[in-house]
Ligand binder design. Structure first.
Ligand code: SF4
Length: 275
């Protein structure tokens, strides 16, 4: 089977930086003979989570009920209150938050007037932004705009939001007369992975995205290929590949920004073997 790889795929700079900082934090904890913890998931990928468990790093969601130690803050950040709670409880905070997310949190914090956070409710990045701007309304879909008062809003957008969803929200805002001043854009890393996939869309009969089902940008890549009418699958590992994929002559391959290259390569190998 022919396999075409997107020119840009896999770990973004934010994830690479977070994993490097996490390794430094693990080494620091070992030097100080302190336990090392991870706040939430460092990235949305179960294999990466398992690799941290194997290094003895325990995942926690609060400073309560555990011995003081070094806590690594996940790539998508933490609320201001929780960060303070860790510091106040004597933890050493190793901040692995992506600089893009930190910048957006600061934009939300310092914006004047009413603020919207556009993104998926409950997503870790949205929780961080809500923590930075507690009076902001979270807008997940065009329908959510209906509950807002008329007027003008500043908006911080989830870095991995789907462009098509953002466009729908913009159009609905225009339709009902709301003015939205966007303070940031969708992250360039997500956009470059989408562009690279678009560049090979005509060449392949079907597409495989390697990534976790909890990863917003991996799902977005899977959905994007499907929107072109191509059979499109999201897999975490070679074992997840459906047998039907081997019936296609040419398969396009990409990976989300939180997917380790080892997983990508193992899926690619299996596809190239054609069984
Ligand atoms: S996708 Fe963008 S915002 Fe998200 S971790 Fe990567 S670089 Fe940071």
């Amino acid at each position: 089977m022919k396999v075409i790889t997107a020119e840009v795929y896999g770990f973004c700079n934010g994830v690479k930086g977070a994993l490097a900082k996490a390794d430094e934090a693990i080494a620091l904890a070992a030097r100080l003979s302190l336990p090392c913890y991870l706040y939430g998931s460092i990235v949305h990928n179960r294999e990466v989570a398992r690799s941290f468990e194997a290094k003895g790093v325990r995942t926690i969601l609060s400073p309560e009920g555990v011995e003081k130690g070094v806590v690594i803050i996940r790539t998508h950040g933490i609320s201001d209150d929780l960060r303070k709670a860790f510091i106040d409880n004597g933890f050493i905070v190793a901040d692995a938050t992506c600089p893009v997310v930190l910048r957006n949190a600061e934009k939300a914090r310092s914006a004047s007037g009413p603020v919207l956070i556009i993104g998926k409710k409950g997503h870790s990045e949205i929780i961080t932004l809500e923590g930075a701007r507690k009076d902001a309304a979270v807008i997940e879909s065009p329908d959510d705009l209906g509950s807002l008062d008329e007027g003008s809003y500043s908006a911080v957008i989830q870095t991995t939001l789907s462009l098509s969803l953002l466009q729908e929200i913009r159009e609905e805002a225009r339709r009902i007369g709301l003015e939205i001043n966007e303070l940031n854009t969708i992250c360039g890393a997500s956009e470059s992975r989408r562009r690279a996939l678009a560049a090979i869309i005509d060449e392949a009969d079907a597409f495989v995205t390697v990534g976790d089902s909890s990863s917003a940008n991996s799902k977005e890549l899977r959905d994007m290929a499907a929107s072109y009418g191509k059979p499109s699958y999201l897999v975490l590992s070679p074992e997840d590949l459906p047998s039907s994929i081997f019936s296609f002559g040419c398969v396009g391959l990409t990976a989300g920004a939180s997917t380790p290259s080892s997983l990508f390569e193992s899926v690619k190998k299996r596809l190239e073997e054609g069984r």
